[in-house]
Structures are given as structure tokens and as C-alpha cells.
Design a protein around this ligand. Structure first.
Ligand code: PLP
Length: 413
């Protein structure tokens, strides 16, 4: 008799983006004459870089000829791409072996699946956080039921707030797995070397493992902010890094990422290189490798020319972020992020003596100026009272959004 995986029933209804979609659709249906501007979406909008496009064309030609056609490749990724990734780390002063690298079809699936290496871990994560860290652990049975606040029993939420620049404090109890994301989605917070070292020290002392989501490292401008956790001494013994081509090269639709599982990574009971071998086994069993077209594109994206072209697009997005920040500061609202990260994180205003919740401000912006944002509380209770704006937009949209936001100056404080 088959039975359901009842962990699915623990999941909280109304995943963030469907709920946003529902409210926007309802508004559009009853206000068909109004033009809606989306400033909340975490998806890239600019075209792929020329060198990436030509690599995809070239790979397509290779596949078009029976003599040069290739089918399945190594599930860990092509040698050429792994060498390009290895070079990326070399430029950061980090030595990574090719067998420590696992090319993926994007960061999200690895963020969700990586917990599979650990036995019933006690999981800690930032609050607010990218929803996949929570939901994947709920489905895997690493939590109990959710309580009224929306938090799951058994998960350790690392509270962060304006007072700590949205950098979470170390847990007060022992945890086994810690998800960290810097530069952060949604808050735009970045981790300094000293701050990350405190996490690595904690993990080493407690034999915990850090899952480090570095998808936004490409947006870091300040020279002294680390782009990889492996820039921190001791991290190879306690950290897995997950990376993505989505945000820096516009691969949200192409699909490509990678994960580093170092040989030195340890749990309290692991043998030498065992976690690396387990992830190799896992990938060979569950995954047949990323698309060869995407991998050829990835090599081009990491080439010197590709990096130059992608940097121009990143600079374009970061100019959007600056425009948002200036506007919001002008409105007198607290704003974080948008400097080393594409997300701008702003506090909800007080209107008629009442501080709005995230969803109230979302509705206010939609109804008053037809602007779509992302409510901070959708990333966890710790995001309540904040909303996220995204700099992934075309300039005309951003400017139109800004002029509408400026029109609120008299009404919000
Ligand atoms: C967008 C994003 C990713 C990238 O996911 P892909 O599956 O590579 O597209 C990973 N982590 C965070 C926090 C993100 O916002």
C-alpha cells in the first residue's frame, strides 16, 4: 500500500511568488487601464553576452555533425568547464582540485539536494532567507510542523535585523548544518572576512558544515569583501560552496551552476575524502550532467572576454540599484543592500501613525502607484517590516518606478 510523504503537508501554503502573482493578477483584472511596473523579480532581463552566444552556436554546429557529435558527458561536468572554474578560484587565491568540482544545472537544485549527505541534521539558517533552504529540509523530514509564526519546529532561525546590518549571530545551541548566503538574497547584506571567519571557527569547533551560497559574489565591488568562503582559512574542512551562472551571466534560463565539495570536508564520523566521494556517487546516480550547450556557454562566460562582457551588464544592474537607493533615501526610508548586491532592502514606512507590515506595504505600492515589490516576510518572519526591490530591470522600467515612488513623498515618512 503506497503512502504519501507527509512532509509535504508540513509545507506552508502560498509560496511567496505565486501569492504575489495572484494579487497582481487580481489587481490587473479590476484595473485593466493601469500599467503595472514590476520591480520585485529576481530574474535577469538583459540578453546573453556575445561571446556566450557564439559559444552556443559553435557547440550547436558540433552537435549538427555526426563526426563531431557528443552525447552523455561526465556527470561532474566537462573538463574544460571545470578547468575554467578552477581558474576562477585561482584568481581569488584559492586552490581547488578538479575532482572537488561538480557542475550542476543551477544552484537551486544543489541547495535543495545537498542536505542528503547528512543524517538527520539540526539545520540553522538565516532569517530572512532564500526559501529553498527551508523547504528542502522540510520535505527531507529534517523539521517538525510549522507553528503559527510560520517557523518550523526543529529549525534554528538565525535572527538578523537592522541593528546587526542583517548579519546573523552565531547559534547558541549546537547545530549540524548552516546555510549562509552572501551577498544575501533578499537583504543585500555582505560578509566581511572577519565575520565569515567567526562562522568557520564555529563550524570547526562544533563539527558543523556550512552550505555557502555564493550566487551573488559577482556583484561585490569592495575589494576586501571575500567572494568565496574558501578565501577564509579552515573553510575547506567545514564548507561546501554553491555557485550559479544565473545572475552574473544571465543563465536563469540556460541553467548552469557548480558545487565544491572539498576533499578535506569532514563530519564527526567521516573518513578521508568521504563526503566528496559520496557526492560523486550521488551525482552519478541521480544526475547525468548539465547540458553540453550550457557547459560550452559557461566556458565562454568565464573566459576573459566573457567576464568583461558580463561585467558591463552587472554594472548596468548596479546602476539601477544605485538609482533605487538614492530615491529611497530621498523618501526618508531606511535602505540596505544595493552596493555589493543587486537587491535593495527597504523598511516599510509609517503611514497615518501605523508602521505597515511587508504585505501591507506591498498592497499599498500596488494600489497607489502600480509598483510590484517583494514582501520581506515572504523570506521568513525575520523579513517582516521590510520589502525587496530588484535591480534586475530595464532602465526605462526602473526610472518609471522611481518617478512613481517619488510621487509618494508626501504620504510616507
Ligand atoms: C537566484 C539564486 C540562485 C540561483 O539559482 P539557479 O538555480 O542557479 O538559477 C541561488 N541562490 C540564491 C540565493 C538565488 O537568489
Amino acid at each position: 500500500m503506497s503512502k504519501l510523504n507527509t512532509n509535504y503537508q508540513k509545507l506552508q501554503a502560498g509560496y511567496l511568488f505565486p501569492e504575489i502573482g495572484r494579487r497582481v493578477k487580481a489587481y490587473a483584472n479590476s484595473n485593466p487601464d493601469k500599467q503595472i511596473i514590476r520591480l520585485g523579480i529576481g530574474d535577469t532581463v538583459r540578453e546573453l553576452a556575445p561571446s556566450v552566444i557564439s559559444a552556443i552556436h559553435k557547440e550547436a554546429e558540433t552537435l549538427a555533425n555526426q563526426k563531431t557529435y557528443t552525447g552523455y558527458g561526465d556527470s561532474e561536468g566537462t573538463l574544460e568547464l571545470r578547468q575554467s572554474i578552477q581558474d576562477y578560484y585561482k584568481q581569488l587565491g584559492v586552490e581547488i582540485e578538479l575532482s572537488e568540482l561538480f557542475v550542476s544545472d543551477g544552484a537551486k537544485s544543489d541547495c535543495a539536494n545537498i542536505q542528503n549527505l547528512f543524517e538527520k541534521p539540526v539545520v540553522a539558517l538565516q532569517d530572512p532567507a532564500y526559501p529553498v533552504y527551508v523547504d528542502s529540509n522540510v520535505i527531507a523530514g529534517n523539521t517538525y510542523e510549522a507553528v503559527e509564526s510560520g517557523q518550523y519546529n526543529g529549525l534554528i532561525y538565525l535572527k538578523s535585523s537592522l541593528d546587526s546590518d542583517f548579519l546573523p549571530e552565531l547559534p547558541t545551541q549546537k547545530v549540524d548544518l548552516i546555510y549562509l548566503c552572501f551577498p544575501n538574497n533578499p537583504t543585500g547584506a555582505v560578509a566581511t572576512r572577519e565575520y565569515l571567519q567567526t562562522w568557520v571557527n564555529y563550524a570547526l569547533e562544533n563539527q558543523a558544515v556550512i552550505i555557502y551560497d555564493a550566487a551573488y559574489s559577482w556583484f561585490i565591488k569592495d575589494q576586501d569583501i571575500p567572494k568565496s568562503i574558501y578565501e577564509i582559512p579552515g573553510s575547506k574542512e567545514c564548507a561546501i560552496e554553491i555557485q550559479s551562472f544565473s545572475k552574473f551571466a544571465g543563465f536563469t534560463g540556460v541553467r548552469l551552476g557548480w558545487t565544491v565539495v572539498p576533499f578535506d570536508l569532514k563530519t564527526s564520523d567521516s573518513k578521508e575524502k568521504q563526503l566528496n566521494q559520496m557526492w560523486t556517487r550521488r551525482q552519478n546516480t541521480f544526475f547525468n550532467g548539465a547540458s553540453n550547450l550550457a557547459q560550452a556557454a559557461g566556458v565562454a562566460a568565464l573566459s576573459e572576454q566573457g567576464r568583461k562582457e558580463n561585467q558591463m551588464v552587472i554594472d548596468f544592474y548596479m546602476e539601477n540599484a544605485k538609482l533605487f537607493k538614492d530615491c529611497i533615501q530621498g523618501l526618508g526610508l531606511k535602505v540596505l543592500g544595493g552596493h555589493n548586491a543587486p537587491y535593495v532592502w527597504l523598511e516599510t514606512p509609517i503611514i497615518e501613525g501605523k508602521k505597515l507590515t511587508s504585505w501591507e506595504f506591498f498592497d499599498y505600492l500596488l494600489n497607489q502607484i502600480q509598483v510590484v515589490s517583494t514582501p520581506g516576510s515572504g523570506f521568513g518572519p525575520g523579513g517582516e517590516g521590510w520589502i525587496r526591490l530588484s535591480s534586475f530591470g530595464l532602465r526605462e522600467n526602473v526610472l518609471e518606478g522611481i518617478s512613481r515612488l517619488n510621487s509618494l513623498k508626501e504620504s510616507i515618512s
